[in-house]
Design a protein around this ligand. Structure first.
Ligand code: DDH
Length: 357
């Protein structure tokens, strides 16, 4: 089947058909995607100011979040206290939205789960989903996290409805829900993450920049304990969603069905001709045929880099292999850095369509 005529499969994806994927040509100023790690002194100063604010009775707040005490660590509830399938269903309920992007919040929820987890550093053991530290400045303000307030705010009423769940469990569960409801594979999910405090915020610069090459990808993902095959499988998430000029500075979707998880990202990478887009924004590629799709330079490294390319070819040929590997590596991403003793057994989270059978 041609990629250009693929029938959208998931209920969420169907809403996207009304959007003809216009090629946005906004020329907004570039916003850096990720910036350099701040110097140690900056952090000390920041924490000093925060402490001063607290002592003085000043209300330090979690950006755009409900009232969360940044000095407290919150343990996960026992699995008997939370109905995780009910939480899943509440997330599934808010995915579709006529007025948002391509009709679904699914992609931005996947990005929230990834950015909450992708700060993990295997050498120090810090970072990762345990902690949900993106609730706090400075992490909420890191360039890489621009726009993720939309995802966090969407989930806030669900957190209020299920107060026992930790933010870190909620954000990762929401990512799994979005993947499954957008036609992707079942991702085994375990509960048990704690919510950390502001001191657990990771330094800026741990997430990838889109205007770099294969070396940068390896630098960022090897630090998290991933290998080349896993880097390629994870990157397949770019079948979903789009870039926004007012968030990353980049512009446009990677595929014609950005609310359905497919292996189209890999097919398009290999089958289409990609050229530099001539515009005032940051360097990115456009497809020669329609000029309506985009690839980051990091995406294109999956074709040009000898270590990555064989996996790109495998996933382009075999969607079920991509789904199998994506499920395993997305689970690993969401669990990186969480002490095993904290985890429950796998919590079965059924797709909405499978609950009525
Ligand atoms: Fe990504 N990503 N990502 N990405 N990502 C963006 C959007 C989305 C990079 C850069 C960007 C992963 C890896 C990389 C998703 C999932 C994942 C945007 C646009 C940029 C830029 C943000 C915006 O403007 O709104 C780079 C670079 C890499 C890399 O080097 C490998 C991974 C591993 C995942 C994952 O989920 C496993 C998703 C989904 C989106 C779409 C978000 C949206 O709002 O739509």
């Amino acid at each position: 089947m041609s990629l250009f005529s693929r029938t959208l499969r998931s209920p969420v994806a169907r809403t996207a058909t009304r959007t003809a994927l216009p090629a946005f040509r906004q020329q907004a100023a570039r916003r850096g995607y990720a910036t350099e790690a701040p110097k140690a002194g900056n952090n000390s100063l920041l924490y000093g100011l925060i402490a001063a604010g607290l002592v003085g009775g000043g209300a330090y707040y979690a950006l755009n979040q409900g009232p969360t005490d940044p000095t407290k660590v919150k343990d996960a509830a026992s699995t008997s206290q939370v109905d995780y399938q009910a939480v899943y269903n509440a997330v599934a309920d808010v995915l579709d939205s006529e007025d948002y992007d391509d009709g679904s919040y699914g992609p931005v929820l996947v990005r929230l789960a990834w950015h909450a987890s992708g700060t993990y550093d295997k050498n120090t053991g810090n970072g990762g989903s345990n902690g949900a530290t993106m609730r706090f400045a400075p992490e909420a303000n890191h360039g890489a996290n621009a726009g993720l307030d939309k995802a966090r705010n969407l989930l806030e009423p669900i957190k209020q409805k299920f107060p026992q769940i930790t933010y870190s469990d909620l954000w990762t569960l929401a990512g799994v829900c979005a993947i499954q409801e957008m036609g992707g594979p079942i991702v085994p999910w375990r509960a048990g993450r704690k919510d950390g405090n502001v001191e657990n915020c990771t330094p800026d610069g741990r997430l990838p920049d889109g205007d770099k090459g294969g070396d940068h990808l390896r630098h960022i993902f090897y630090r998290q304990g991933f290998n080349d095959q896993e880097i390629v499988a994870l990157s397949g998430a770019h079948a979903l969603g789009r870039c926004h000029t007012d968030r990353s500075g980049f512009d446009g979707p990677w595929t014609f069905s950005p609310t359905t998880l497919t292996n189209d990202y890999f097919k398009l990478l290999l089958d289409e001709k990609w050229q530099r887009r001539n515009w005032k924004g940051p360097p990115q590629l456009e497809d020669k045929k329609t000029k309506s799709l985009m690839m980051l330079l990091t995406d294109y490294a999956l074709v040009t880099d000898k270590g990555f390319r064989p996996y790109t070819e495998t996933y382009a040929k075999d969607e079920s292999k991509f789904f199998e590997d994506f499920s395993a590596v997305f689970k690993k991403l969401l669990e990186n850095g969480v002490p095993v003793a904290q985890f429950s057994e796998v919590v079965p989270l059924k797709k909405v369509e499978d609950q009525t059978k």
